[in-house]
Design a protein around this ligand. Structure first.
Ligand SMILES: NC(=O)c1ccc[n+]([C@@H]2O[C@H](COP(=O)([O-])OP(=O)(O)OC[C@H]3O[C@@H](n4cnc5c(N)ncnc54)[C@H](O)[C@@H]3O)[C@@H](O)[C@H]2O)c1
Length: 248
């Protein structure tokens, strides 16, 4: 059965490309109205225009709390509710532990952890008022193990996302709001291809039991399930989508 999102409103952060864009498309295909967020106004407005009239562009840097609050107000003014939040936006930095500069460390934690927190807190009120909510956070295999692509800042941030997922899941459960995390392995997006050369990617692939990278659409399908009504009894979970990487 394919989940339907008729009458549901979703916010997807970092939706200009990669897994965020793939998730926004899936949600729209299944009947949702979707607010698509990213940092660059021009970029997200052009993405939203291609996605059609059920997509609303909401540019904001998710590390800016006031901008996040204004974004949520814009969405509730336009769509009157928010049922689903996909905390997808994230950044990676590969710097070795001893060389990480303070501003890089703070920026990675700011986007991946604080941004996820600000967006979740900002939508909680409207979800509580409606007695319904689905929040899906993007962690990573890095959150459970050690990142192959990112440095210590990334691994630390994605582990923190798992803690935030559990804590917010427990507190929001009485309001029928579920909070779960996805933990993708190597997914074929710009983030990965900017960080790693084609040779390095090809050299790594044999260590993945399923023998390939994941596709953004495959992650989008998992995210859509966790964001659906059908996933009503799943909360505080961290679901792997890795081609089998964490079992080896
Ligand atoms: N690609 C992978 O292999 C992989 C694996 C595990 C987890 N992840 C996680 O999945 C998520 C999506 O990754 P992707 O590979 O699609 O990345 P991507 O770099 O292709 O896309 C991320 C998007 O987030 C946006 N963004 C960054 N900072 C932002 C901010 N402050 N405010 C709003 N938007 C911001 C970017 O502009 C970009 O459009 C990230 O959280 C990433 O850490 C990726």
């Amino acid at each position: 059965m394919t989940a339907t999102f008729e009458n549901r409103v979703a916010l997807v952060t970092g939706a200009a490309r990669g897994m965020g864009l793939a998730t926004a498309k899936r949600l729209l295909d299944r009947g949702a109205r979707v607010a698509v967020n990213d940092v660059s106004r021009d970029q997200i407005e052009s993405v939203a225009a291609k996605l059609g009239s059920n997509a609303l562009a909401v540019a904001a840097d998710i590390t800016n709390r006031a901008a996040v609050d204004a974004m949520v107000t814009k969405i509730t003014d336009h769509f009157e509710r928010i049922d689903v939040l996909i905390n997808n936006a994230g950044i990676v930095a590969p710097t070795a532990f001893e060389d990480i500069a303070e501003d890089e460390w703070r920026r990675v934690l700011d986007v991946n952890v604080n941004g996820t927190f600000f967006c979740s807190q900002a939508v909680a009120q409207t979800m509580k008022a409606n007695g319904y909510g689905r929040i899906v956070n993007f962690s990573s295999t890095a959150g459970k193990n050690v990142s192959t692509v990112g440095g210590a800042s990334y691994t630390t941030s994605k582990a923190a996302v798992l803690g935030l997922t559990r804590a917010s899941a427990k507190e929001l459960a009485p309001h029928n709001i579920t909070v779960n995390a996805v933990c993708p392995g190597m997914i074929d997006t710009d983030m990965l291809r900017v960080a790693w050369s084609e040779d390095r990617i090809q050299g790594y692939i044999p260590s993945i039991p399923l023998g390939r990278m994941g596709k953004p659409t495959e992650v989008a399908d998992l995210v859509c399930f966790l964001a659906s009504e059908e996933a009503a009894y799943i909360t505080g979970a961290a679901v792997d989508i890795t081609g089998g990487e964490l079992m080896v």
